[in-house]
Ligand binder design. Structure first.
Ligand code: NAD
Length: 314
């Protein structure tokens, strides 16, 4: 059996920190190399190897893969939806070239597996709003969504043409308390908890009735690892799997927070992110992931709120 050695790229980000720690628990600290353009996140310090790396520098990446005997890459470095709209060229370059660099190296070095996340941002205003299916009309209107959709087809291409075992999930908005969010349209659902506890109030950048698909980070980490550990014959989707856990609006999460902080006040001042949110589905059909590799979420809104409150107060 191959002893896996994993490289996590973008390890200091919102998902990267928790995914790196989870992988280190399974594979051992020294078998998971964390890397990022920015400095090592404090939560990672002392837990395993860290290298500074720019995903755009293919040669440097290639050298690290060879030098560290890497067998798997988790590629998390990207520019997210809201930040991407401020600098479309940069978002396209980083999100596309970063992925192509990794896929090429995976092909050349015969890596056993690659993970690359897509997003519900692939969907656009012409996609079904409710229970959006795996295969449907997909016409994204953000540069982030365009880059994710193109990326999905590159993953499929490298699998079909070169046999690179690259796997992917279309994450919904991810909610966590450990590391800061990275500039997405669903970031309000994290800020709201932090400001409820520190300020007792929150001004939301989305309208009160804006429903979006969401997931608590422990479910997202588990989904990622379960997908990556599934036998190859279970994987029928080589673009990216829909996955889902819950769907809620700012008004609903505010009502849930009031169960813990009765005096909590929310006001609404929608900005450019409202249009992005309205272009996405409100809920996602993840029946293919459930069928193929037994995906099942554990956290609903009440469970998420209870856990966020416990940990943020902690
Ligand atoms: N967080 C969410 O809600 C969400 C939802 C859907 C999809 N995703 C996807 O998951 C992945 C990770 O998202 P995240 O929320 O952790 O993002 P994040 O912005 O928090 O983290 C991304 C990390 O990549 C690093 N990075 C940026 N440019 C780099 C470069 N050139 N070389 C090396 N590292 C670089 C950043 O420093 C950062 O630490 C992305 O592909 C994102 O599109 C996230």
């Amino acid at each position: 059996m191959v002893k896996e050695k994993i490289l996590v790229i973008g390890a200091s980000g919102q998902i990267g920190v928790e995914l790196t720690l989870a992988l280190r628990k399974i594979y051992g600290n020294s078998s998971v190399v964390a890397s990022d353009l920015r400095e090592e996140n404090d939560l990672l310090k002392g837990t395993g190897p860290y290298v500074s790396l720019d995903i755009m520098n293919k040669e440097m990446l290639h050298v690290q893969v060879i030098r560290q005997n890497i067998t798997q890459i988790y590629l998390l470095a990207a520019i997210l939806s809201a930040t991407g709209e401020k600098n479309p060229g940069l978002a396209w370059n980083l999100n596309m070239q970063g992925l192509l660099n990794v896929l090429d190296i995976a092909k050349d070095e015969n890596l056993t597996r690659v993970y690359w996340p897509s997003s519900i941002a692939v969907f656009g205003p012409t996609s079904p709003r409710k229970n959006c299916p795996q295969q449907t009309i997909i016409e994204p209107i953000t540069v982030y969504g365009i880059s994710k959709y193109a990326g999905e087809f590159w993953c499929n291409y490298y699998f079909q043409r070169y046999g690179v075992d690259v796997r992917s999930l279309r994450y919904p908005g991810l909610i966590s308390y450990k590391s800061a969010p990275g500039g997405g349209t669903t970031d309000y659902a994290i800020e709201i908890f932090q400001e409820a506890l520190t300020e007792g109030s929150y001004e939301c950048f989305l309208k009160e009735d804006t429903y979006l698909p969401m997931m608590y980070m422990p479910d997202a980490i588990r989904a990622t690892i379960e997908l990556m550990e599934s036998p190859v014959e279970k994987i029928s989707i080589r673009t990216s799997y829909n996955i889902s856990a819950m769907s809620f609006s700012p008004a609903e999460v505010a009502a849930e927070i009031r169960k813990y902080i009765p005096e909590f006040k929310i006001t609404y001042k929608p900005d450019y992110r409202q249009a992005i949110a309205e272009s996405w589905p409100q809920s996602i059909d993840d029946s293919t992931a459930r069928r193929d590799w037994n995906w099942k979420p554990e956290f609903d809104l009440a469970g998420l709120c209870a856990d966020m409150m416990k940990n943020l107060k902690g």
